[in-house]
Ligand binder design. Structure first.
Ligand code: GTP
Ligand code: MG
Length: 442
């Protein structure tokens, strides 16, 4: 793609009073515009200190100006960044001045989109920028940083290189049957199987990637009054849910997220479940929501006081494929029944809460593949599945009828699906969709 973009600008910092504000100008007129508003000639090789002056040469602010000459900048184009005092009124007046000189306000993600369109980064790296900014845990940020460094890109390119090579040979043998020998069927099957395994290796980690980025869900289940909301509040360390001694206090599910040892965990407090016939309409809806919460959760914290009720047993059946932790509540007033292997806690005294947190933390570590040091998002995962399906078709077709024309199409399909991850084949619609999730100024 050609680099013929207009000049854009935006503030990179929040619209709030703070120590410093940063404005970025990017595009072919970045230096021209900056020179018109700066108190002296900009030295492109230095950090410049001076003033921003309006049309009447009044000082708008005392600033530091950082020049980046293309292609050595965030966008790959000429860029000027102006560090102002962090006052929205000052920042806006400087922005207006820049706009009056012919720049326009950047759209969401437009600086990063330009970095991609100018081939400074590939699409997986551009998406990683968004992931780094929006990461809610250190682990998630670290993985996104690895992608930003090109980790996923290299993995995908490794798979692609061999496929492109074999595809070229297949096409050459179709186009020039007299000069180029047919590619050995066994070689095609072997390369495709090998690549399917590599794709599966990445996809195997997909669930872990989702856990690291979005967190795991853990719901608290048990009969009314067993102490779910009290434990929920203890885990969060503040009184988020209402606690009373009236059975049926919690009517709706409440979700809150905490960071446990660097991993996100989304706790869901649910309505206590009792016999549906005895519950009023609102409570019945709450009960249905609780069943849904179990189905959507990765971990189920199953609370009881003395023993399990008939309803508990039915719920256990619903939760049977989940990681379940049994929790015996109210340890300060009710002695433990040793028949059940449970963690004993008291939300009143705090007894057992740290042990429970450690248990949850080890469960998370079991669920997450530890060598996951990169990340894939849903879009990238669906491209990988598309590529894998296409390669499976290649193997099937080449085994069944050995028609090069047929499997060549699927080979190309697999390569194109991988290209979509790194951004070599993309429609404007996909691009707009990806970058519209960014914030202004990135
Ligand atoms: N002594 C003691 N009382 C507790 C403990 N945990 C909860 N309770 C009390 O048990 C009652 C019910 O607690 P909740 O946390 O509201 O119970 P729940 O399971 O959320 O109840 P529902 O929302 O009605 O399903 C309240 O009076 C709490 O103060 C505990 O560890 N020790
Ligand atoms: Mg409750």
């Amino acid at each position: 793609m050609e680099n013929n973009f207009d000049t854009i600008c935006a503030t990179l910092t929040p619209q709030a009073l703070c120590a410093v504000g940063i404005i970025r100008i990017s595009g072919e007129n970045a230096f021209l515009i900056a020179n018109e508003i700066f108190s002296k000639k900009i030295n492109p090789k230095m950090i410049n200190y001076g003033f921003i002056l309006d049309e009447a040469k009044n000082k708008l602010d005392e600033v530091i100006l950082l020049p980046f000459v293309a292609p050595h900048s965030y966008t790959g184009e000429d860029v000027v960044e102006i560090q102002t005092h962090g006052n929205p009124a000052i920042i806006n007046s400087i922005l207006e001045l820049i706009l009056s000189k012919g720049a326009r306000i950047a759209q969401r993600g437009e600086f990063t989109k330009r970095a991609f369109l100018n081939h400074r980064i590939d699409l997986s790296q551009a998406e990683a920028v968004l992931d780094v900014i929006s990461a809610k845990s250190t682990k998630s940020a670290q993985n996104a940083l690895n992608n930003l460094g090109g980790y996923l890109k290299e993995k995908i390119n490794l798979i692609k290189t061999d496929l492109v090579e074999i595809y070229s040979k297949v096409i050459a043998s179709i186009d020039f049957p007299e000069d180029v020998a047919e590619v050995d069927n066994k070689a095609i099957v072997s390369i495709c199987s090998d690549k399917i395994h590599q794709i599966e290796d990445i996809l195997k980690n997909a669930k872990s990637h989702d856990f690291i980025r979005d967190g795991l869900s853990a719901c608290l289940i048990g009969v009314p009054n067993v102490g779910k909301s009290s434990l929920f509040n203890s885990l969060l360390n503040y009184s988020r849910a209402i606690v009373t001694d009236i059975a049926g206090t919690t009517r709706d599910t409440i979700k809150e997220t905490i960071n446990l040892d660097g991993y996100l965990i989304n706790f869901i407090d649910t309505a206590g479940i009792r016999d549906k016939n005895k519950a009023d309409l609102v409570e019945q809806i709450g009960i249905e929501n609780s069943i849904k919460a179990i189905q959507e959760s990765d971990i189920v914290l199953f609370l009881y006081e003395k023993s399990f009720s008939e309803i508990d047993k039915k719920l256990l059946e619903i939760a049977k494929d989940k990681q379940i932790l049994f929790i015996k509540t109210k340890a300060d007033i009710i002695p433990k029944n040793d028949d059940i292997n449970a963690i004993e806690i008291s939300s009143k005294s705090g007894f057992g809460i740290d042990i429970l947190k450690n248990k949850i933390s080890s469960l998370i570590k079991n669920l997450i593949i530890e060598d996951t040091n990169f990340t894939t998002n849903k879009r990238q995962q669906s491209c990988l599945i598309k590529a894998k399906d296409a390669l499976e078709n290649v193997i099937k077709t080449s085994n069944e009828c050995d028609l090069a024309d047929l499997y060549a199409m699927d080979l190309k399909g697999a390569i194109l699906a991988l290209d979509e991850i790194t951004g070599e084949v993309l429609t404007d619609e996909i691009l707009d969709n990806i970058f519209s999730n960014f914030c202004i100024g990135k």
